[in-house]
Ligand binder design. Structure first.
Ligand code: SF4
Length: 295
């Protein structure tokens, strides 16, 4: 069936899987299996990025795998989309960390990076993620940083556990170059378990209720595939010490409405394939790519 496509959320992103695997094995990883079965193709990936460069799409997110695993080739990819707003997801391993942070600090198109840290302490994170940099190193990043914590167990976001994450990352925010306002603690619900009918539930959501009782509610933003509530931790002088987000997302980013499909992300796989959903759907996508080219 041929579909018509429409663009959904205002921060529509192109997510690019770099052709370098990471050395971790997180249980909840959505991409590990693909890295075992899809062979990376750097040349084809660059051709796909050229289409994105010429398109009206504003945002590119590099993810993995591990984007910092080959910093020279990462720079080549960055130069292809330096007319876009760029974000990078990383677990920030020690290997190449100096060069990678230097690139982040000095490449204008990179507006922020997301760093995976799923446990309340550095020691526990070090058991889950291979050879990662210490928290003090994260404080040296001059661009905004989002710390991504994915819920792994029922009690990951119990209020006591959240307090441990908040204590750890408030300390880093205080030390961080660029100021406390440039570090966000992003608590992510497990998207594999997210029910569509509960995506925007506020009143009966325990995590939101706990956060609202303990921190200062700031805002609620949402689209058809995700939902984010933002809170602030303030000190006695009511100054903001840390921004805390609670983010819920669906396993799918394409939403069908009859014969029209609302797209909220484009996905470029490590072999250069351009898809319109996380499961690799791409039927009819070339028509969409033609329409979004800048005239
Ligand atoms: S670090 Fe990221 S890419 Fe690597 S296994 Fe964990 S979730 Fe997957």
């Amino acid at each position: 069936m041929i579909h018509d496509f429409t663009i959904g959320r205002s921060d529509f992103s192109v997510t690019v899987y770099v052709p370098w695997n990471c050395t971790n094995n997180c249980k909840f990883c959505p991409s590990k299996k693909d890295y075992e079965t899809i062979k990376g193709d750097f040349g084809r990936l660059k051709q796909s990025l050229l289409l994105i460069r010429k398109s009206i799409l504003p945002i590119v997110v590099f993810t993995g795998g591990e984007p910092s695993a080959d910093v020279d080739k990462l720079q080549e990819l960055l130069s292809m989309v330096d007319n876009k707003v760029v974000y990078i997801n990383t677990s920030l391993p020690k290997r190449n960390s100096k060069e990678f942070i230097d690139i982040v600090n000095h490449t204008e198109c990179i507006k922020s990076i997301s760093i995976s840290r799923h446990e309340p302490t550095y020691e526990a994170d070090s058991k889950l993620l291979h050879h990662i940099v210490e928290d003090e190193v994260i404080a040296t990043i001059k661009k905004p940083v989002r710390i991504n914590v994915v819920s792994q167990k029922d009690d990951t976001f119990s209020i006591g556990n959240i307090a441990n994450y908040v204590e750890r990352w408030s300390k880093v925010a205080k030390q961080k170059e660029g100021g406390a306002g440039t570090l966000v603690l992003n608590l992510r619900g497990n998207y594999c378990q997210q029910k569509k009918e509960e995506l925007h539930e506020m009143t009966n959501n325990k995590v939101i209720n706990d956060l609202a009782r303990t921190y200062y509610y700031q805002s609620h933003t949402f689209c058809n595939v995700c939902d984010t509530c933002t809170f602030l931790k303030r000190n006695e002088k009511r100054e903001s010490e840390l921004t805390i987000c609670y983010h819920r997302g669906m396993m799918t980013t394409a939403v069908p409405f009859g014969n029209i499909i609302e797209l909220n992300d484009l996905i470029i796989l490590q072999n250069g394939d351009i898809c319109y959903d996380w499961d690799g759907k791409k039927e009819g996508i070339s028509t969409f790519l033609d329409i979004i080219q800048q005239k």
